[in-house]
Write a protein that binds this ligand. Structure first.
Ligand code: AMP
Length: 249
């Protein structure tokens, strides 16, 4: 069976994000970009399934500008077999990405789609859920363990206050949480080898998908600066401040 993984190009998690001067969004010019960390976990999980003999082929898909090819190359260097770039300069919101992924799924017929639970740039946490709904497939979000056997996926999910284990019929959509695995680094020889792996490029028009945004961003602002702390002299003073100033007790 085939596994399809989605890999989004996002501002690297080590970069201190800056707001554009006109408050329309986040500055991405001259900023280091990387694969969304949850997507690295998705790639790793698909590779482990292939190494276990459950999956035969791992396809990495990215939607966005030409440079998303680099993100696909990273997935290929980690070990994915081939890539699909859905090329567009349009601003992509989760519903548009879900529709694009659905179209790629219909072309490729994977048995499992593994994607990040959320992208660290928009923090939407929507794409996997929307994709499962559009495909009419079962979904398990926030996976911390995935076992595939007898045409079903058993997924342990991180939920508030514990773990929940669900069983899904395949084909299914699974979204990754941090503890699912520790992604491998791409070795230098593999980075060189990955340059030869094929990447198909398609456009939203080729896939018949309208990607026009459905939401308008009104304003993006930095969080309020944190106030400096104060040192209190005694427990009584602390309790007094919590009561009268912070009003939390
Ligand atoms: P989000 O719903 O935006 O938080 O994203 C959740 C997941 O959807 C990400 O971790 C990716 O796996 C996938 N995804 C979102 N946007 C894209 C994109 N432009 N290209 C590829 N995958 C994406």
């Amino acid at each position: 069976m085939k596994a399809l993984v989605a890999v989004k190009r996002v501002v690297d998690y080590n970069v201190k994000v800056r707001i554009k001067a006109d408050h329309t969004g986040v500055e991405t010019a001259n900023v280091k970009m990387s694969m969304n960390p949850f997507d690295e976990i998705a790639v790793e999980e698909a590779l482990r399934l292939r190494e276990a003999g459950t999956v035969e082929e791992v396809i990495a898909v990215s939607c966005g500008v030409q440079q998303c090819q680099e993100t696909i190359r990273t997935a290929l260097a980690m070990g994915a077999d081939r890539g699909v770039l859905v090329l567009t300069d349009a601003e992509l919101q989760p519903l548009a990405v879900a529709k694009l992924l659905k179209a790629v799924v219909q072309k490729e017929s994977p048995e499992i789609v593994i994607i990040g639970k959320q992208a660290i740039d928009d923090d939407c946490n929507q794409t996997g859920q929307m994709l499962a709904a559009l495909l009419g497939w079962p979904q398990a979000t926030f996976a911390s363990k995935l076992v595939i056997a007898n045409g079903a996926a058993e997924v342990t999910r991180e939920v508030d206050g514990g773990l929940e284990t669900v069983k899904l019929k395949m084909p299914a959509v699974v979204t990754t949480d941090l503890r699912l695995n520790e992604p491998r680094y791409a070795s230098l020889p593999n980075i060189m080898k990955a340059k030869k792996n094929p990447i198909d490029t398609v456009t939203p028009e080729d896939l018949g998908v309208d990607v026009s945004p459905r939401l308008v961003t009104l304003k993006v602002e930095e969080p309020a600066k944190r106030q400096g702390g104060v040192k209190v002299g005694s427990v009584e003073e602390l309790v007094g401040k919590l009561k009268t100033e912070a009003r939390v007790i």
